[in-house]
Design a binder for this molecule. Structure first.
Ligand code: FAD
Length: 229
């Protein structure tokens, strides 16, 4: 691939920051983005990709009403009162513009209604518990619309990691992993990483393993104990 030798704006790094800057600068001239990694997107290529912003058109159009007072109170509560109020206000003032700008320039966004806020208020926690309980009831009765449990895969994974030969999971693409494991892909990667690390420590033997799908808990639960000699 030939890289242009001149440009009006050079962006170093294709993370969310770099690409947003590139889209913005493209209105005024030729932009060149260079990236050191072999994958576009920086941390955003691996991230949950969720953006929190208050007072957005997108949320309003989805029927979610928030007020400036609520947004300020939420941010102050999150930062335990330590945030620089000038920066907080810039974020509140300009955040909606940024969220509007992205879809206007070809970046699709969607409002996530059940986003797992890591710092929920008591009321938000109560609502989330209700949603989780409702999904668990649907799972238990086999009426859930989300991807079903996959005990065959769960047990196969445990056999793979117990064998010490992780090549079958190494060979899987991210899409294959998601198709097999659904929302549990992160847990599966954690298992693979843990057993890879164990393999680096030398030979080991699994002397306890347990697996049980529990529909009411919306998950398959596996336990393995590996011992190094
Ligand atoms: C698993 C995970 C989940 C996350 N989930 C969320 C979420 O849901 N919501 C949220 O808001 N945040 C989330 N984050 C954090 C968020 O992804 C990052 O804060 C954000 O993407 C950082 O973007 P950035 O552009 O500042 O930097 P980066 O993404 O780090 O981009 C920097 C880029 O510059 C490149 N680079 C560096 N040096 C050079 C060089 N010399 N030449 C060329 N290129 C170079 C790097 O390779 C990289 O691509 C998550 C992060 C992770 C890892």
């Amino acid at each position: 691939m030939s890289i242009p030798s001149t440009c009006d704006v050079l962006i170093i790094g294709s993370g969310a920051g770099g690409l947003s800057a590139a889209i913005t600068a493209a209105a005024g001239g030729n932009v060149l983005v260079i990236e050191a990694a072999d994958k576009l997107g920086g941390a955003a290529a691996y991230s949950g990709g969720q953006i929190w912003a208050g007072l957005t058109d997108a949320a309003r159009a989805a029927g979610i009403a928030d007020s400036r007072q609520e947004v300020e109170a939420y941010l102050d509560w999150l930062s335990e009162g330590t945030a620089d109020l000038r920066l907080r206000d810039v974020f509140i003032d300009r955040g909606p513009d940024a969220i509007r700008f992205l879809p206007e320039h070809g970046v699709p966004i969607a409002v996530v209604r059940s986003s797992p806020d890591r710092h929920p208020t008591a009321e938000a926690r109560r609502r989330r518990e209700q949603v989780t309980m409702a999904v668990a009831r649907e799972f238990a009765t086999g009426t859930a619309s989300t991807q079903d449990l996959n005990p065959t895969w769960g047990k196969a994974l445990m056999e793979i990691v117990a064998s010490g030969d992780l090549s079958p999971v190494d060979a899987m693409s991210a899409d294959q992993m998601a198709a097999e494991t659904g929302n549990s892909a992160h847990e599966v990667r954690t298992w693979v990483a843990a057993f890879s690390a164990l393999g680096q420590a030398g030979p080991s033997a699994v002397d306890y393993s347990f697996y049980r799908p529990i529909r009411d808990y919306i998950g398959g639960f596996g336990v393995m104990a590996a011992r190094t000699p």
